[in-house]
Every structure is written in structure tokens, then in C-alpha cells.
Design a protein around this ligand. Structure first.
Ligand code: ADP
Length: 880
């Protein structure tokens, strides 16, 4: 109900907006008439005048008509393309921070130049975001001519650039940028120790091309930067050798024994005796110097190694919890018994098991930073998007991003005919029908594009086409530039192209072929016109969908490749009862009925009831996928709030010339904590633990103090003062020995390095928390609330520990150089699983496994919804 009202509301609003934009577009058109005759120089001067106006405080809105009219006229002169009225309308929608839905071939690239130019006049930079290197480079070159004419600098941001080149690119007025690169640069910048090493400048305005791909499909997985930890593997081997000396306790209260192994949490805790033994053994084998304390901050990892080794022996059983194959430890899924190749236990546990099994100890790859596109793009004060297909997802974009979809009218009426689906009994007959139909079209000469949802289908069809001697191209790899060239020619006479959904994204199919992409004059201009006319005469490009995707949007994208700019065209989907979508959704009765009425393999039916069933199936999966994305976003938002705090503090440290005040605050925080632990105001002096305080000061902060003799006279205030003085003295010594400037740099590096170290450890903790949190659902707790609460507790602890470590490192008598080095971010690994629309069959299987909306498993209304949303089933999927 709410959704229906919302969509009606959006629809009316859309019409009103278009009307308003239309009026502005007319003014732009009118103003354009007076620009037709003026010289290039005069046009450029007028543009500079608008820049001056904005610099003097005029709003962008007040300059919009003038700027759009000038850009349009400049484009006519430089690119030979004059923005259509609908493109002006699209440009206004984008300037106002909406998503402009413009059908394929309507010219989104040119449309974006209008708001880009207007917003770039502020001097704060505009990012036009594309999905791959090929498109970023192509568009920057293509539209670059226009922007240069207007006096702007233009660059493209692609995968292969060095840091220096990136930095330069970010200074440009207009940047055509690949989405992943923007996100990774953001994460990498937040690992730099010096402001001048960072490449980005503050975000201003982004126009995301193919916005549905970026904010919906690709938003399913976060961007991750990871690095290998470089702990020496000998420590694991040593710890493993020590295990045999340790005696396990029967229970936690047991006074005998060195450690307790907790079965429930799969952890181990060393007893006091265990600790003493560990210290002795480490000293004996030379890892610790004689008389050196295991509790010094820099030795704490030795306890951790030992605990991991004990844990590996106590809790992990070979051939039950893991197997050893080809010198590798592979985990076994405790529920399914399947091997989990590539999954590694964190916190050094996997290495401990490797040491136990005497196989090579592999370094861990550790997440150093991560972010989802959803949260990354929220960094932009203003955001807009363009796509050919967003209306089916308009509600999601509105609910999650507050972005409104404005459907821009087409320049010419769309005359493509979408034919009803054909349904076959089995896949074989379906493929056969496709082959026969393609063969017929090929003989006729009409170009045909066959879309597949998976790489396998594209290969199966290719084999069948070969058997029938149909020449064709197959596009299913990730070579974006070659794909773009091939797909641009998919509209030529007799062209047969098989492509997966993702292939050749963003490239237009022109009937008769794209003349500008033809090499060596293979096709002279005059021939092109003939070809074009011939293809138009044959009915334009025919689209065959070899199965339906789980999302209607993707099917619409495929259809939208035909019928651009008023071209003729047709489209049809071929389905079989063996297709995943139908197999899972259409009840068995339907297929039984079809068999009963004597429906034979090879025959096909078209029935409105069937089409309805299919569409409702797609809707269900869409809702499910939306829930998954929303869920990911909700979890990510919790860590995002924390990331903002950390990145905010980082920036403050990077920006500040003088860090004295900051370090003083941090030291005071530490002192407060020490005092409240060892000499709290609330206790009388006799109950203070001054000896422990002395010990901590010495072990953690290298400060020698003696409170014992003066204990009688000490009051709360004076002990605080004494401790403060001790710290200040040490800092003063450091300041003097380094000199003021070096000292500032030292403070900066220590703070940032420790901030980063704790943050990355925190990310691991959050990952683990997330992994375990779904079990809470069964204890009738809301996992999301639990996650939020525990994540917050962890964060508070992190801030506290961080303060201690910063001061601890600063107080070290000698600070080692390698402790202060910046990570070489260009060598870190970046991963973002590309939104793999080709994986659709698998994902439907997954959906089936976990979601009762498709599998029909019995889930009670009050059970937690298995999709992991944390809602009760009746509140989540029960409603659909
Ligand atoms: P989209 O991304 O919307 O599918 P493109 O930006 O790739 O479309 O443009 C499609 C084609 O339309 C391009 O070949 C472009 O040259 C052409 N085009 C766009 N706008 C105009 C215009 N105003 N006048 C002439 N040709 C245009």
C-alpha cells in the first residue's frame, strides 16, 4: 500500500518536474538563438563572464540558462552535436541532484557536459563516474574537446595511473573517473602519513553514469584494500614447540594446570602458572632476553602466539575441523562438511594450525581498509546519476540514497516492438528455436543480438551456431575496449552477436555499424548510409533474450539496446521450464499440466498467465536482493560512522601544524585513567595501588617513579600532579633532543601509525563480530542491535587502548625507525568483486537455499527472517 502511494506520488512529481524543466529548457533554447552568430572568442568571453559572476557570489542556478546555452553552442561548433531539448531537460535534472533516466542511445555522455560545466565553474572539481577504464578514457577524449574550448582542464582517472598522475588528475576541473579508483584512492589517502602524499581533494559533485550498476549491482560487495602481514613464521614454529610443556586445566577454577581451553568460545586462557612458564620457556630458547618481562607492550604478541598454538592443539582436530591437502590446511564447513578452499582463520590461528601440521606457514592477507559504494558516494555534497533503466529500482534509490529518478522523455518516439515471451518445455528445444530463428534472420541480413545471463549459456549457444554455420561474435570476457568495438558493430547487416549482460556496457549500437569506430576505411561513408538504410528496411536490430534475468531491470537493459533514437527494432525472450527462474518459481503443476495437454518438446506457448507468473517471480527476487543490499548497508553504516570518526581524527592530525595541544590531551586522558585505576579519589590512600602504578609507569611508559616513601603525605591532587610532571619531563626531553619541527613530525607519525594500526585491527574484530552475530538471532535478540551495541563497545575500547599506545610509543627511550614508516599503498591489493550479473543462476540457487519466499520451506511468521535482515519473517518477506 505504502509503496503504491509512494510510486503514485513519485509519478506525479515527475510530471511536474519535467514541466518545470521544460520551461527552463525553452529559455535556454531562446538564449541559444542569439549565440548562433557570435565568434568563438566572443562565446568564450561570455563563458568567462559567468565564471566571474559565480566568483562574485552569484548562484549556479542564476547562471544556468546562460551556461547551458553557451555549452550547447560550443558543442555544436566543437563536437558537431547540438544538445536536444530533452538533453537540456536531463542536464537540469542532473544539476538538481537527481537520477536522470534516459533510454539507451539518447546521449547521456553529451547531457552530462551541461551540469558538469556549470558546477565546475566553482573551481571545486566535478567527477563524472564511469564503470570501466575504456569508458573513462573514451569520454574524457571525446568530451574533452568541448571542455577545453570552454577553458576547463579535463582528465581521466584509470587503473594504471601512478600516485603523482592521480594527484594531477584530481586537480582537473572535470574528471572522468572509474568508480573503483575513486573509492580505492579514498581508502589509500586515509593511510598516508603526509598531506602532500594524498591525491584527492575535497569532494564536490559527482555524476554517476550507469548509476543503477554502481549503486545497486556493484554495491553488493565492498571495496577492500588488503595487505599481507609480515610476521616472522618462526614465532609460530617456536610457539608450537612449547605446547607440549603446558598442562591443560580441567575447568576454569582448577588450580592445577597452565591453561584453560574454553570449548564454547574456542579460546584458551593462560593461568598465572602458565604465564610464568611461558616467560621462562621463551627466555630459555632465546626469544626473550634473560630477565625480560613477557608483559612489556612489545612482547605481548608472544603470549598471543602461544595462545594460538594452544588453541590449534586444543580446539582444532585434523580431518574434522580441517584437512591437510597438498601441504595446505583447508577448513571444513561444520554444517555442510564441505571444504572451504581459500578461507583462512584470522588472528594467526590458521598459521598456528599450519605450524602444528608442519606444513608451510602462509602469510595472512588482512583487510586494511574497506568501504561500500553506498557509503563512499555519500561523501559527495551533491550527487546525480544517469541510467537507461532505473524506474524499477526508483523506490530503492529514493529510500536509500534520497535520489529521485526523473524519467526524461525520449528525443524521438520509441517504436521498438517487444514481442511476448516464448516458453518451451526444455532448454534443448529453446536453444534449437533460437538457433533456427537466428539462422533465418542471418539469411535475411537483419542484425541480431543474443543476450545471455551467463558465460556458459553464451558458450553453449556459440557451439550450436557454429554447427549451423552462422558466423558470429561472442562477448563474455572482461576486455572492455575490444568488446566496445565489437558491440558498436553489432548493428551491421548480417551481424550476429552473442553477449552476456555486462559485455560492452555503455556502448551504443548504431544500425549499419558505427562509422567512427571502423578502421582503415573498411566501410566508406556512402556504404554506411546504404547499410544503414538496408538494416532499417529489415526492421532494425532484433534482440533475443536467451533467458530472463532475476531482475527486470537487466532484461530492460538488454531490450534497450535496440530501438535507440527512434530506430526500428524488435525484442523477444525465449524461456524454458528448465530455466532457473521458472524451475524455481513456476509450480510443478504448470509443467505437469503442459505435459498433460500434450505439449511437445519443440513447441512453444505464449500465455499471459505465464508472463504474469514470471514477472511476479522477478519481483520477489528483486525484493529479496533489495533486502540483502539494505542489510549490508545497515551493517556498513555502523562501521561507517566509526570510520568517519577515525578518518576525521586522521585529517585533524594531518592538517594541524602544532600537535602539542592534542598530545597533551591524550596524555591527560591516559593519566586520568591511570589515576582512576590505581589511585582513585573515591578510595582512601591506604587502598591505592601505588606499587602497581609504579610498575605500569615503568613497563608501559619507561618512567621510573617512586611513590612509596611519600605515600603518607600524598593527596589525590598531588599524585596527579606528580605523574603529570613525570610525563611532561619526558616529553620535554624528547622535544629538546628532536628539535621543534622534528618533534612535531614525530608526534604526527606516531599518532597516525597507531590510529591506522588500531583501526585495521578493529576492522578484523568487526568482521568477526559480523560473522558470529547471526547466531544471536536464535537467542531472540535482534542481531543488528547486538552488532551495533558490541561494535560501539569495541570502538570505545579501541579509542582507550590507542591513547595508551600512542603515549607508550612516544615515551620509548629509542623509537625505531621502522615503527614510523608510511605503508606503500601502491603495493597493496585492491579487490572489489565486480557485480557479476552473469552469476544470476547461481544467485537464484542461493536465494532458493536461504529464502522461503522462493523455496516454500516452512518458516513460521514469528521466526527471524532467514535473509539475515534481523526482522521477523512476517515483517520482512512475509509481506511480499
Ligand atoms: P547513451 O549513453 O545515452 O546510450 P551515448 O552518450 O553513447 O548514449 O550517445 C549515443 C549516440 O548518440 C552517440 O553516438 C552520440 O554521438 C549521439 N548523440 C548524442 N547526442 C546527440 C546530439 N545532440 N546530436 C547528435 N548526436 C548525438
Amino acid at each position: 500500500m505504502f509503496r503504491t502511494i509512494l510510486s503514485l506520488f513519485l509519478l506525479n512529481r515527475n510530471q511536474r518536474q519535467i514541466k518545470r524543466y521544460q520551461a527552463i529548457a525553452e529559455k535556454i533554447d531562446e538564449r541559444g538563438k542569439s549565440l548562433l552568430q557570435i565568434s568563438d572568442d566572443a562565446l568564450k568571453q561570455l563563458f568567462q563572464d559567468t565564471r566571474a559572476n559565480i566568483q562574485q557570489g552569484a548562484t549556479l542556478e542564476s547562471q544556468m540558462v546562460e551556461v547551458f546555452a553557451i555549452v550547447r553552442e560550443a558543442s555544436t561548433r566543437v563536437l558537431g552535436m547540438r544538445h536536444f531539448i530533452v538533453q537540456l531537460i536531463g542536464g537540469i535534472a542532473l544539476h538538481e541532484g537527481n537520477i536522470g533516466e534516459m533510454k539507451t542511445g539518447e546521449g547521456k555522455t553529451l547531457t552530462a557536459t551541461l551540469p558538469a560545466a556549470l558546477n565546475a565553474l566553482t573551481g571545486k572539481g566535478v567527477h563524472i563516474v564511469t564503470v570501466n577504464d575504456y569508458l573513462a578514457t573514451r569520454d574524457a577524449n571525446w568530451m574533452g574537446k568541448l571542455f577545453t574550448f570552454l577553458g576547463f582542464s579535463v582528465s581521466s582517472l584509470t587503473t594504471s595511473l601512478s600516485d603523482q598522475e592521480r594527484k594531477l588528475a584530481y586537480q582537473s576541473d572535470i574528471l572522468y573517473a572509474v568508480n573503483n579508483e575513486l573509492g580505492f584512492d579514498y581508502l589509500r589517502d586515509n593511510m598516508k602519513l603526509f598531506r602532500e602524499h594524498q591525491v584527492q581533494r575535497p569532494f564536490n559533485y559527482a555524476i554517476i553514469d550507469e548509476v543503477d550498476s554502481v549503486l545497486i549491482d556493484e554495491a553488493r560487495t565492498p571495496l577492500i584494500i588488503s595487505g599481507q602481514t609480515n610476521e616472522p613464521s618462526e614465532l609460530y614454529t617456536t610457539a608450537n614447540q612449547l605446547v607440549k610443556h603446558f598442562v591443560r586445566q580441567e575447568n576454569e577454577e582448577d588450580v592445577e594446570g597452565d591453561y584453560f581451553a574454553d570449548e564454547k568460545s574456542k579460546r584458551v586462557h593462560l593461568s598465572d602458572a602458565g604465564h610464568a612458564k611461558a616467560e621462562l620457556l621463551y627466555q630459555k630458547n632465546g626469544v626473550l632476553a634473560e630477565n625480560e618481562n613477557l608483559y612489556f607492550q612489545h612482547n605481548l604478541h608472544l603470549i598471543h602466539h602461544l595462545e594460538s598454538a594452544l588453541c590449534a592443539h586444543a580446539h582444532y582436530v585434523k580431518d574434522t575441523d580441517y584437512v591437510v591437502q597438498n601441504q595446505k590446511v583447508i577448513l571444513v564447513d561444520e554444517f555442510t562438511g564441505r571444504l572451504m578452499h581459500g578461507r583462512r582463520l584470522s588472528h594467526g590461528l590458521h598459521q598456528a594450525i599450519e605450524a602444528k601440521e608442519l606444513v608451510p606457514i602462509l602469510p595472512n592477507s588482512q583487510t586494511l581498509a574497506s568501504i561500500t559504494f553506498q557509503n563512499f558516494f555519500k561523501n559527495y555534497p551533491k550527487l546525480a546519476g544517469m541510467t537507461g533503466t532505473a524506474d524499477t529500482e526508483a523506490q530503492e534509490l529514493y529510500e536509500i540514497y534520497s535520489l529521485e529518478v526523473v524519467v526524461i522523455p525520449t528525443n524521438k518516439a520509441m517504436i521498438r516492438k517487444d514481442l511476448p515471451d516464448l516458453v518451451f518445455l526444455d532448454k534443448k528445444s529453446k536453444y534449437q528455436a533460437i538457433v533456427n530463428d537466428v539462422f533465418e534472420l542471418y539469411q535475411k541480413g537483419q542484425p541480431v543480438l543474443v543476450g545471455t545471463a551467463s558465460i556458459e549459456t553464451s558458450e553453449e549457444l556459440s557451439i550450436l551456431f557454429k554447427q549451423k554455420s552462422i558466423p558470429h561474435e561472442v562477448l563474455n570476457a572482461k576486455k572492455h575496449d575490444r568488446e566496445a568495438i565489437i558491440i558498436a558493430q553489432a548493428g551491421r547487416l548480417k551481424a550476429v552477436t552473442i553477449a552476456t549482460n555486462m559485455a560492452g556496457r555503455g556502448t551504443d549500437i548504431i544500425l549499419g555499424g558505427n562509422p567512427s569506430l571502423l578502421q582503415d576505411n573498411q566501410l566508406p561513408e556512402v556504404n554506411w548510409q546504404e547499410q544503414h538504410n538496408a538494416v532499417v528496411g529489415l526492421g532494425g536490430l532484433h534482440i533475443i533474450g536467451s533467458e530472463r534475468h532475476e531482475s527486470r531491470r537487466v532484461d530492460n537493459q538488454l531490450r534497450g539496446r535496440s530501438g535507440r533514437q527512434g530506430d526500428p527494432g524488435t525484442s523477444r525472450f525465449y524461456l524454458s521450464l528448465e530455466d532457473n527462474l521458472l524451475r524455481i518459481f513456476a509450480s510443478e503443476n504448470v509443467s505437469k499440466l503442459m505435459q498433460w495437454i500434450g505439449f511437445q518438446p519443440g513447441q512453444s506457448i505464449e500465455h499471459p498467465l505465464l508472463s504474469k507468473t514470471i514477472e511476479s517471480a522477478q519481483r520477489k527476487v528483486e525484493v529479496h536482493n533489495f533486502q540483502l543490499r539494505k542489510n549490508l548497508l545497515e551493517y556498513d553504516t555502523i562501521s561507517n560512522d566509526q570510520r568517519k570518526v577515525i578518518y576525521g581524527q586522521r585529517s585533524a592530525v594531518l592538517e594541524k601544524q602544532n600537535l602539542e595541544q592534542l598530545i597533551e590531551d591524550i596524555v591527560n586522558g591516559v593519566i586520568d585513567q591511570l589515576i582512576s585505576s590505581y589511585a582513585p579519589e573515591t578510595l582512601s590512600i591506604e587502598d591505592w595501588h601505588l606499587a602497581s602504578l609504579e610498575q605500569v609507569l615503568e613497563q608501559q611508559f619507561f618512567i621510573k617513579a617512586s611513590f612509596v616513601t611519600i605515600m603518607q603525605e600524598e593527596s589525590f591532587v598531588s599524585i596527579r600532579d606528580t605523574v603529570t610532571k613525570l610525563f611532561n619531563n619526558e616529553m620535554q626531553k624528547k622535544r629538546e633532543s628532536f628539535g621543534q619541527e622534528q618533534y612535531q613530525n614525530l608526534l604526527r607519525q606516531i599518532m597516525l601509525i597507531i590510529l591506522d594500526k588500531y583501526w585495521k585491527d578493529h576492522l578484523i574484530n568487526l568482521e568477526e563480530l559480523m560473522r558470529g552475530i547471526h547466531l544471536r538471532g536464535y537467542a531472540s535478540k535482534n542481531p543488528k542491535h547486538e552488532y551495533k551495541r558490541e561494535a560501539f563497545e569495541l570502538f570505545v575500547k579501541l579509542l582507550e587502548q590507542m591513547r595508551f599506545e600512542i603515549v607508550g610509543v612516544l615515551m620509548q627511550p629509542i623509537i625505531k625507525h621502522e615503527q614510523l614508516e608510511e605503508i606503500n599503498t601502491s603495493q597493496l591489493q585492491t579487490t572489489h568483486q565486480e557485480a557479476s550479473l552473469t552469476e544470476s543462476p547461481k544467485s537464484i540457487e542461493e536465494v532458493k537455499k536461504i529464502s522461503p519466499i522462493v523455496s516454500g520451506d516452512k518458516v513460521q511468521r514469528n521466526d527471524p527472517c532467514p535473509c539475515g535482515s534481523g526482522l521477523k519473517y512476517k515483517k520482512c518477506h512475509g509481506k511480499v
